[in-house]
Design a protein around this ligand. Structure first.
Ligand code: PHE
Length: 338
């Protein structure tokens, strides 16, 4: 019986067969159990001898069974490890990662520069009222300067802002006559313009406004020169040309020297060696008064610059439309640039 059982056990190839084997040879209905039941009929002399034999055989079968079971468990575990193993030497899958849009980068750089100079960041709505976009900036209805910027009107009183200058007024109103006021305000602006390499009906500006006692034109010049040098490099020069805006007096247009230009950006500079990047001036007393500031006591300066223009110069981009079509071949180039 023992030999037969062990031979059968050796043939078991999985846990199921092993279970069946156990039922057959060690279970309640096994030959073994019936032998033990028959022990009562043996003579007293035979009983210990047979009993010992039976115990030995059962012990042997149980040990053999356990050994086999351990073997199956080990094999199962090994198979599992094998199938679930990770080959750490395989090359990884690259996950495509987006990059900051070049305009966003330039806005952040400009914000950093002005935050370092003690400015705060303000914002205003892209859908603006006629009052903030024009009237409070000393451009009453029918003022001829409104023609300088072709406007997308929504209703008589609502429009897409043509510049970020309305934020000057909104900021002054919010500060309720308190000084100092030192803000910059980035945002998208809209003008009825035919799109081409240097014009877009929607583009980005950053507005600046400083109001305090004794603010002078030289403060404006100093801040803008500091900005230009931090943005483009320590050799950077600026040039102020007289200009006109209804909300500043005097007004100026500011050029940077073409020291800044790289590659295709240089073409923007044409032959003069200078390129205009912003409009600025001393805040018009009427603007201060309308917003609740005493223009005898307070003065200020304001400026507004085009971000696309600055990004084109800084990165040598030859067509403003590159910024809006989101071609990843274009956007990717800015991944690791300052
Ligand atoms: N808002 C003017 C423009 O869009 C720029 C400007 C801002 C000029 C502030 C003077 C002061 O052209």
């Amino acid at each position: 019986l023992k030999d037969k059982a062990l031979a059968e056990l050796a043939k078991c190839s999985d846990q199921n067969e092993l279970n069946e084997w156990k039922v057959q040879y060690l279970g309640k209905k096994s030959e073994f159990t019936s032998i033990m039941r028959g022990m009562g009929q043996l003579t007293p002399e035979e009983r210990p001898v047979i009993g010992q034999l039976v115990n030995e055989v059962r012990g042997a079968l149980e040990r053999a069974y356990e050994a086999k079971e351990r073997q199956f468990k080990r094999e199962a575990l090994e198979q599992k490890l094998q199938s679930e193993s990770i080959d750490v030497t395989l090359p990884g899958r690259t996950v495509p990662v987006g990059t900051l849009h070049p305009l966003t980068r330039v806005i952040q750089q400009i914000e950093d520069i002005f935050l370092g100079l003690g400015f705060e960041i303000a914002e205003g709505p892209e859908v603006e009222t006629d009052y903030y976009n024009f009237e409070a900036l000393n451009m009453p209805k029918n003022h001829s300067a409104r023609d300088m910027q072709d406007t997308f009107y929504i209703t008589d009183e609502l429009l897409m802002r043509t510049h970020t200058s309305g934020i000057q007024v909104r900021t002054l109103e919010a500060k309720k006559g308190a000084v100092p006021v030192r803000i910059i305000a980035p945002g998208r602006v809209y003008r009825r313009d035919d799109d081409d390499a240097t014009h877009s009906h929607a583009f980005t500006q950053i507005e600046g406004l400083v109001v305090d006692r004794n603010i002078r034109m030289s403060d404006l010049k100093g801040i803008l020169l500091t900005f230009a040098r931090r943005m483009f490099g320590p050799e950077q020069q600026i040039r102020l040309r007289p200009s006109y805006f209804p909300f500043t007096e005097p007004s100026t247009e500011v050029d940077v020297s073409c020291y800044v230009c790289h590659g295709d950006g240089c073409r923007l500079c044409k032959h003069t060696g200078w390129i205009e990047i912003l409009g600025a001036g001393m805040v018009h007393p009427r603007v201060l008064e309308m917003a609740g500031y005493d223009s005898e006591e307070y003065t200020g300066f304001a400026f507004g610059m085009g971000i696309e223009r600055i990004a084109m110069l800084k990165y040598g981009v030859d067509d403003i439309r590159h910024f809006y079509v989101n071609d990843t071949r274009f956007l990717k180039q800015f991944a690791n640039r300052g």
